[in-house]
Design a protein. Structure first.
Length: 522
């Protein structure tokens, strides 16, 4: 018995052509004019395009791979594989304690991983999801396992222990290393320390993925310079997370890295606003690195609150990405405390006015009541138009990534809309990309960059992670005001040759795997 995707237009890096696609087992067996077989099971693709499944190069579904609503939201966008372990913080290695406390509002609570190494984490995905997951060794978690809450540079012994954890993770199949250098404890790591951790990644053929230090936009030059030093010292290939800045900055700085000998790519999503932990911009790092109980004790103490107001919040106002208008630029997306459920979707300014207090007190009250489990959508001072985003996505080093965060009653729409928005806005409506270009940016180039084996093509012998797209109707429906809308126009998806979405409905099959790093041949 085989599946035959019949009558569609096949799109991959070789262009577009009318062809049938036969699938036997996990792989494509034939592409072309395929005669009907007696036992064929047919997916009617007439009027639609058959594409390789998309790879989300920056995803925060680490603890949510078994959540059917999350699976459905991703599959409806055409995503069949996610790259997790982002921003330096996730569950493995170790028992996941730090991720569960510090990143609970980002990655969720993992239902089945309770400890062990990255091999155990990947095995926890096998057969439990409709999607694949590849994993980056999170450098912040590694630092936490060895150095705890220390804010000082790692000594030689600690550095050796961290390197050993990275080596073990790469041996277990991780695709690279991630850092989050505006988060804790990553903010305390030096470039030399990071370069030491990148050395075994380079030897294994992996990639260094970084949320750069010190913000983005007009502040990115320092982060780019640090990336260059880390790559020069370790020989590692580089991928820059959510590189959002004006188009000329992105092009100039990435091109400068490449001219300097750094093998560099980046991801950027088709929205202007960001999303992060509320505590990241609003709490000093030396406080944020402490336990949640300690932080709550500090921010509820009247004297400490006065000190933060006097000594810290002026720095928040000087933050180039926020400035004095910060209360109007931060919208509450997820608040764990039920007594503040009314504030979801409100800016801090509006929530404070409704509560009859100022924005500083409102923010600290929300953080304390939620034990820091709060995330927020962050506006930017410079709202880039579609035309400028198109120039960013036109860079050959761009790969598709959503930075999707599903935790929250009023989340950022990028979690449910990114990949359909790429297709609607940048292929159909404002054509920066052809359909083949879209496959390159969203599937084949990411699969090759992250070592996902024979994925990213519709070709005989390649894994049948495949999607069927209606080019006339594919679109995102999630918005900042209504962020929970699912994408439309992708109703049929296969993972490893098994249908997981059929006629827009989930199929009761879970062929997803924890992917181990491998290079495609041929």
């Amino acid at each position: 018995m085989r599946w035959v995707m019949r009558g569609g237009t096949v799109v991959d890096g070789d262009g577009m052509r009318r062809a049938d696609v036969a699938i036997e087992g996990e792989t494509v067996s034939e592409v072309g004019d395929i005669p009907a077989g007696e036992d064929d099971r047919v997916i009617d693709c007439r009027g639609r395009f058959v594409l390789p499944g998309f790879v989300d190069t920056h995803s925060h579904v680490d603890g949510l791979m078994e959540d059917e609503s999350v699976q459905r939201a991703l599959l409806r966008q055409g995503v069949t594989t996610v790259i997790a372990g982002q921003d330096g913080v996730s569950y493995a290695p170790g028992d996941g304690t730090y991720a569960r406390e510090y990143f609970a509002a980002i990655n969720g609570e993992h239902p089945s991983y309770s400890g062990g190494g990255i091999g155990e984490f990947l095995r926890a995905v096998d057969g439990r999801s409709r999607l694949n997951l590849a994993y980056l060794v999170p450098a912040g978690t590694v630092r936490w396992e060895v150095c705890g809450r220390s804010r000082t540079p790692a000594d030689d012994e600690q550095r050796a222990l961290m390197v050993a954890l990275v080596e073990a993770g790469m041996s277990d199949g991780a695709v690279g290393l991630s850092t989050g250098l505006d988060y804790v404890p990553g903010i305390f790591a030096t470039a030399d320390e990071i370069a030491a951790l990148c050395a075994p990644v380079a030897r294994a053929g992996g990639i260094y993925v970084t949320h750069m230090r010190g913000g983005y936009e007009s502040n990115s030059a320092a982060g780019i310079e640090e990336i260059a030093r880390i790559s020069a010292a370790s020989g590692v290939r580089v991928h820059i997370s959510h590189f959002h800045a004006q188009a000329h900055i992105v092009h100039d700085q990435l091109d400068a890295l490449q001219r300097g000998g750094v093998d560099a790519t980046f991801d950027a999503y088709p929205y202007t606003r960001g999303c992060t932990l509320l505590g990241m911009p609003l709490l000093p790092p030396e406080l944020a690195v402490l336990s949640a109980d300690t932080v709550v004790e500090v921010i509820t103490d009247p004297g400490e609150r006065r000190r933060l107001r006097r000594d810290w919040f002026p720095a928040v106002e000087r933050n180039a990405s926020l400035g004095p208008e910060w209360p109007s630029m931060i919208t509450l997306a997820h608040v764990a405390a039920p007594e503040f459920a009314w504030a979801h979707g409100l800016t801090l300014e509006d929530a404070a006015a409704r509560a009859g207090i100022d924005a500083i007190d409102l923010a600290l009250d929300v953080l304390a009541a939620s034990r820091l489990q709060v995330n927020a959508v962050m506006a930017v001072r410079y709202e880039r138009p579609v035309e400028e985003l198109a120039r960013i996505f036109g860079h050959p080093g761009h790969l598709g990534g959503s930075d999707g965060i599903f935790i929250g009653a009023h989340p950022h729409p990028r979690a449910r809309g990114t990949f359909a928005r790429y297709l609607r806005e940048y292929v159909r409506e404002s054509p920066e990309w052809s359909w083949s270009d879209a496959v390159g940016h969203l599937s084949s180039a990411p699969a090759a960059r992250f070592g996902l084996g024979r994925r990213g093509r519709v070709a005989a012998g390649w894994v049948a992670d495949l999607i069927v797209v209606d080019p006339r109707s594919v679109a995102d429906t999630a918005s900042y005001d209504e962020p929970l809308g699912e994408a439309v126009g992708i109703d049929d998806v296969l993972v490893a040759g098994v249908p997981v979405l059929a006629n827009g409905a989930l199929v009761n099959s879970r062929p997803g795997r924890g992917l181990r790093r491998e290079q495609a041949e041929g």
